[in-house]
Design a protein around this ligand. Structure first.
Ligand code: PAF
Length: 289
């Protein structure tokens, strides 16, 4: 069994470690996570290892990105298992701060998220992206890396973070890596552990509906309204309990499209039992992520 990566709990300690690595000319990558690590996170670690000399994984279940009725309290906290999962990979440090380290008494400064945060999950989860961009900026301050690695599965999040970094001149490269799927198509997510076997079967409706419209688009269907209808029909037939949205958007602005005239992204958020799942795929010239 390989040794666990070293765990650092304070901002000062992780920042010192990263600054020293950079001063020595080493390229540093950071993989921000909320833990409950799965193969998708590991693929981000591997991407960082390919592109960087030093990889830092952050594990922090960020309270400010959960709404009052969301799953903050029950979100899986599995630090020991996470360290075990990382043990076989090159991870130079895990930054796992306590809540008080990230949000000390008197904390009251938040980042106003960019426009793209006002749509989709921004509507369904008010305040979510404010919490995300605030904690991500704080993580980038604690871990001043050269590059940060995020998953395509959280597509809107990646657009919002890229824009925040651009708007606020944060000197870090944002890398967005392909979604990792189970063999049956289900996108890997820390929330998949909430699904019962029966719900997990129904959850396959998300990837199935994306796969269908991807094929239709490849066959030349350009009517995004009709593609949306096919997504919704597939989700309903597959037995999802509630659809928050199933849409096709411009990859940059996230504004809904009526016609496919260039690259586009199909986005879905749907509830299966008590679990809210998201998934997406690219449509158009580039392949599925
Ligand atoms: O994608 C996540 O796991 C979280 O939203 C992030 C980026 C780590 C911020 O808490």
């Amino acid at each position: 069994m390989s040794a666990h990566p070293p765990v650092v709990h304070t901002v000062d300690a992780i920042r010192t470690l990263v600054m020293q690595a950079r001063a020595a000319g080493r390229r540093v990558g950071v993989v921000p996570t909320m833990g409950a690590l799965h193969a998708g996170h590991v693929s981000l670690v591997e991407a960082s290892n390919r592109e960087c000399d030093v990889t830092v994984v952050t594990i922090f279940v960020n309270p400010t990105q959960f709404g009052p009725k969301e799953d903050f309290a029950k979100y899986p906290r599995t630090l020991e298992a996470d360290l075990e999962r990382l043990a076989g990979h090159r991870v130079d440090a895990v930054f796992a701060p306590l809540n008080e380290e990230m949000y000390p008494a008197g904390f009251s400064t938040y980042v106003e998220p960019p426009q793209a945060a006002a749509l989709w999950d921004g509507v369904c989860r008010p305040g979510h992206f404010r919490g995300v961009v605030t904690v991500v900026l704080k993580l980038f301050q604690a871990v001043p890396a050269d590059a940060a690695f995020f998953g395509h599965k959280d597509y809107q999040q990646s657009v919002v973070i890229r824009r925040m970094v651009q708007d606020l001149n944060v000197p870090i490269e944002i890398r967005v890596m392909p979604t990792v799927r189970e063999p049956d198509g289900l996108a890997m997510s820390s929330r998949n552990v909430y699904l019962s076997p029966e719900e997990r079967q129904r959850a396959l409706a998300l990837s199935r509906s994306l796969h269908l419209i991807e094929q239709l688009a490849e066959q030349g269907e350009r009517d995004a309204v009709s593609l949306r209808q096919r997504m919704v029909a597939t989700l309903e037939a597959g037995g999802v309990d509630r659809i928050d949205y199933a849409t096709i958007v411009d990859p940059e602005t996230l504004v809904e499209l009526n016609e496919l005239t260039g690259p586009a992204v199909a986005l879905i958020a749907a509830h299966v039992g008590g679990t809210r799942l998201i998934d997406n795929c690219r449509l158009g010239p580039s392949s599925r992520k």
